[in-house]
Design a protein around this ligand. Structure first.
Ligand code: FES
Length: 150
């Protein structure tokens, strides 16, 4: 079947099988910033934004996102032009292996779009689906809070 979807503000028409997961379709189309960790909805490595909201792409059938808007980490920034959230994560040491980083940054991006001045509790709640076994969460929270002072 054909999937028509907007990814990072560009329209794509992709050949998919009805049972394909969104995670696999995105990676197959070159969006390899989307990571697979657990594959069962528990780690958040596969988080992308669906119409601006964080979702675990390992749990979503690609066919379900017909004509919808997806944002991956590639749509947020890149090494040549990083997003301020990416700069803050790097500056505060909130990145180590990098596997959970794209999902954490996308969750943060979504949070700050909706709530530019979140409380500590709101930040923690926004990140509670993004597991990280390297940096933990303190540095990520520090990075996000550093953005609130601007
Ligand atoms: S790979 Fe999707 S939540 Fe872990």
């Amino acid at each position: 079947m054909k999937l028509e979807v907007t990814i990072n503000n560009q329209k794509h028409t992709l050949d998919i099988h009805p049972g394909d997961r969104l995670l696999d379709v995105l990676r197959r189309d070159g969006f390899t910033g989307v990571k697979e960790g657990c594959g069962d909805g528990n780690c958040g490595a596969c988080v992308v934004l669906l119409n601006g909201n964080p979702v675990n792409s390992c749990l979503i059938l690609a066919a379900r996102v017909q004509h919808q808007q997806i944002t991956t980490i590639e749509g947020i920034g890149n090494p040549q032009k990083p997003h301020p959230i990416q700069i803050a994560f790097a500056d505060k040491g909130a990145v180590q292996c990098g596997f959970s980083t794209p999902g954490s940054i996308l969750s943060t991006f979504s949070l700050l779009q909706k709530n530019p001045k979140p409380t500590d509790q709101e930040i923690r709640r926004a990140l509670d689906g993004n597991l990280c076994r390297c940096t933990g969460y303190v540095k990520k929270i520090e990075a996000i809070k550093s953005l609130l002072n601007d």
